[in-house]
Design a protein around this ligand. Structure first.
Ligand SMILES: [Zn+2]
Length: 115
């Protein structure tokens, strides 16, 4: 289900809207009632856990190549390329940051090099 994010230009709150079918997605701000909502465009609009992000990355074919190098830094570069410079949520940033430093996101999540 697509999730759209809006930013309220009155109070600055971020609002996530779950779109149902083709229903209109314009809403008023639940925090202050303002209808001045600005759509935030982001490929990372859907909140994901580290694990989900990691699983998604692992299922990508381009990523497979980076994986063959068994190098977290190569993976981090791939993530940044794929993200096209979009602002990523903090939890993803942490994961990518770890990869960029040559670490795996979590203990035990390191893929086995053999197939
Ligand atoms: Zn508001």
């Amino acid at each position: 289900m697509p999730i759209y994010e809006f930013s309220c230009s009155s109070c600055g709150q971020k609002i996530s809207v779950y779109q149902q079918g083709f229903t209109a997605i314009a809403h008023s701000c639940p925090h202050c009632g303002s209808d001045k909502l600005e759509r935030i465009f982001s490929s990372f609009a859907v909140r994901k856990t580290d694990r989900q992000v990691y699983e998604e990355i692992r299922s990508d074919r381009q990523f497979e190549r980076a994986l063959k190098q068994n190098d977290p830094k190569a993976i981090a570069q791939w993530v940044e390329r794929t993200g096209r410079g979009d602002k990523v949520p903090d939890e993803c940033e942490e994961t990518i940051g770890r990869l960029a430093k040559g670490e795996w996101p979590k203990k035990g999540s390191q893929p086995s090099g053999s197939e």
